[in-house]
Ligand binder design. Structure first.
Ligand code: ATP
Length: 370
């Protein structure tokens, strides 16, 4: 389950922490990560497959990596582990890295990475996620176990689908049967009507000030670290976001059209300020619960995102958690209405680099890596 502390310590023994290179796969939120790393004074490395990937970075000199590692496929990263370590590389994982590499390969990558790789086990199954979020005190959309019990709008989600691909809405069993692909594993969730907010948090386990997360269970009574709200986005999803333009759901069905939820972009948002205390409460509970998920859990480290829907009763439903930087933080390369209050121009990518810099100067780098 992830990398054990002893192995991590062994790798880090040979690291020159005064010349760390921040490495990232050239996709997802890499412009932001590379830009943030440079702002904090780090050398940067881009990892890519295919020249066209690399070329477009020259259009962004503020993020263009100092060095490139060009590969034939992403799995080759595993063979380059020693090469990375010889260059004091710390890899910043994002959703595309985990997807390209596969979660088992990502867990086995013998290079220090930012955050806790062990948490992927809890994040990668919807069932375990629910356990975790419930322990953290988050309300979630109801799950319908038997499709015959569908008695209102539901969303059907396939296991391992990325970016909402293949999801569909059903109003009753007939609808469900007409659309479902029974070859695939699926979950049926109550369709929550409301507005979506993707809340980007950062948990810094080495900071002693600010909003401190209170431990629960075996950590009860302890301050676990500082929780920060970095920014918020809402995703653009094709084609559901523009679906209404063609008429009612019934009209669309007559045209054999079904809404789909494929993420194509992100928009910056803020939430009613009176909802912030509950947002923090949920995030705090989720972080505190992450330390209780298993024996010796190292818990959450760094960026994470609670994906929520706020109903007209002003209640949150959390439908997913991402335990690393999300692409929804990309609109905030120059800061956000929340992070600007604490320090201007602080993107999540830069916050990650700042965290590494601080850990180096406090001589506790292993506390934020795995
Ligand atoms: P990713 O892993 O990229 O976050 P995913 O494939 O796991 O995405 P979800 O984030 O679970 O998919 O859902 C995709 C979209 O479907 C959401 O952004 C939201 O618009 C919609 N959605 C998901 N769950 C619900 C729900 N219970 N009620 C209403 N809409 C939902």
């Amino acid at each position: 389950m992830g990398v054990d502390t002893q192995t991590l310590r062994k790798w880090l023994e040979s690291y020159d922490t005064n010349s760390i290179t921040i490495g990232v796969v050239a996709s997802h939120s890499s412009l932001q990560i590379l830009h943030g790393a440079r702002q904090e004074g780090f050398r940067t490395l881009g990892i890519a497959v295919g020249e066209n990937r690399r070329k477009f970075y020259s259009a962004f000199p503020g993020a263009d990596p100092d060095e490139w590692l060009m590969l034939e496929n992403y799995q080759q990263m595993l063979d380059y582990a020693e090469w990375f370590r010889e260059r004091n590389v710390i890899i910043i994982p994002h959703g595309s890295l985990v997807e390209y590499l596969g979660s088992e390969n990502f867990k086995g990558l013998e290079v220090p990475t930012f955050g806790n790789r062990g948490i992927l086990h809890w994040e990668s199954s919807r069932e375990r996620q629910r356990q975790w979020l419930a322990m953290g005190g988050c309300s979630m959309p109801k799950v319908i176990d038997d499709p015959h019990d569908i008695d209102g709008p539901v969303i059907v989600k396939y296991a391992g689908a990325k970016g909402g691909e293949g999801y569909f809405i059903a109003r009753d069993y007939r609808d469900f049967k007409r659309n479902v692909n029974i070859e695939q594993e699926f979950t049926i969730q109550e369709y929550v009507l409301g507005c979506r907010y993707y809340l980007h948090f950062f948990f810094d386990p080495i900071a002693k000030d600010g909003y401190q997360v209170q431990g629960i269970g075996k950590n009860a009574g302890k301050n676990l670290g500082r929780l920060e709200l970095m920014s918020m986005d809402r995703r653009d999803e094709s084609n559901v976001d523009e679906f209404y333009k063609l008429g009612s759901l019934r009209d669309l069905r007559e045209m054999s059209l079904e809404p789909s939820f494929v993420v194509t972009g992100n928009q910056p948002v803020v939430i009613r300020e009176s909802l912030l205390p509950r947002a923090f409460e949920m995030a705090e509970g989720t972080v505190a619960a992450s330390f209780e998920l298993e024996e010796n859990s190292r818990g959450m480290i760094g960026s994470f995102c609670l994906e929520t829907i706020v109903t007209d009763k002003l209640e949150f439903r959390v439908f997913e958690i991402s335990a690393r930087i999300v692409a929804g933080s990309n609109p905030f390369v120059g800061g956000s209405p929340y992070s600007d209050i604490n320090e201007p121009f602080m993107s999540t990518g830069r916050r990650i680099a700042r965290s590494i810099k601080k850990a180096v100067s406090n001589n506790c780098i292993e506390d934020i890596l795995s």
